[in-house]
Design a protein. Structure first.
Length: 137
């Protein structure tokens, strides 16, 4: 079982209550991505600025990544174990359910390599799949 305090220690972050609570939400949901608002709703009371700092810190350390899903919301999901501060290994598809508005990481589907004209520099590629999730069928 994944323990929040062990992840914080591995990524050399202070083991604070808010960090453990936020991380526990991601651990519990597995590969489901959440917006900061959805995370905020899981707390009785949380300082929004503190939450944003925690999310930014987790992203910088390779604990979570931004899950692009084609919506206007910034969503976050757990990174794989081999993500680090310097390199995220999150080049996988994200599935966005049009019925329940959830986004799920699809680690088994990699973003395909693409060739672009030589006078362009590719910095990132995203693969967004949309449809109806298994819970809504």
């Amino acid at each position: 079982m994944i323990v929040a305090s062990e992840i914080l220690k591995k990524h050399q972050l202070r083991n604070t209550e808010i960090r453990r609570q936020v991380l526990s939400i991601f651990i519990e949901l597995g590969d489901t991505a959440l917006s900061s608002q959805e995370i905020e709703e899981k707390f009785d009371k949380i300082d929004r600025v503190t939450l944003y700092r925690v999310l930014k810190n987790f992203e910088e350390k390779g604990i979570i990544h931004v899950a692009i899903d084609g919506s206007n919301k910034t969503r976050y999901a757990m990174c794989s174990d081999n993500c680090t501060t310097h390199h995220h290994h999150d080049q996988h598809a994200h599935f966005h359910c049009q019925k329940c508005d959830t986004t799920t990481c699809m680690d088994m589907i990699n973003v395909p390599a693409v060739r672009i004209p030589k006078d362009y520099v590719l910095e990132d590629a995203q693969l967004v799949l949309t449809g109806i999730c298994k819970n809504c069928i």
